[in-house]
Design a protein around this ligand. Structure first.
Ligand code: FE
Ligand code: FE
Length: 163
């Protein structure tokens, strides 16, 4: 059996987030369609476009690492997305729908932030400077999205939900 190294962890982590990003790319348009507030719709649509770039950046990171871009089923993201779909069904027509959708979207962001943070640190340890920079760009965007969603929740969606 080949030796397991930090490179193995990095490769597995890349496959995990590559799979996750592509699942997110499919989930965000559904969330945008379901959202009631124009600002939530816009936020999900904007992040869908950013997610396309995240997928492309990961393809570049695979290339830098000398591996072909390949996903590996990530049950964690499947579970988070499934919970979001549950909210979509159960809160259809409720004023609390957007608050629920935003909470799901933030769970997704937090998963991504956790993964990208680790991958960036491992890339640095492995001396993959270009990969560090690509992973960091995405990490910054995930963080900005998380903050924007918090703001949207507090200034609009939660108020609508409580009304
Ligand atoms: Fe992403
Ligand atoms: Fe994201």
């Amino acid at each position: 059996m080949p030796e397991k190294t930090l490179e193995t962890l990095f490769h597995d982590g890349l496959k995990d987030i590559y799979y996750a990003e592509r699942q997110i790319l499919k989930a965000l348009p559904k969330m945008a369609r379901a959202a009631q507030l124009p600002d939530s719709k816009a936020a999900f649509e904007r992040h869908r476009d950013e997610t396309e770039v995240h997928v492309e950046r990961l393809q570049q990171v695979f290339e830098i690492f000398g591996k072909r871009a390949q996903g590996k089923t990530c049950e964690a993201i499947q579970g988070i997305i499934a919970e979001g779909e549950e909210i979509m069904e159960e809160f259809k027509g409720s004023p609390a729908l957007d608050a629920g959708l935003i909470s799901s979207a933030q769970a997704v962001e937090h998963y991504e932030i956790s993964r990208y943070g680790t991958l960036r640190t491992w890339a640095k340890q492995l001396g993959l400077q270009e990969a560090v920079s690509l992973l960091d760009q995405t990490l910054q965007e995930e963080g900005a999205t998380d903050k924007a969603l918090s703001k949207l929740a507090v200034t609009a969606a939660n108020i609508k939900a409580a009304a």
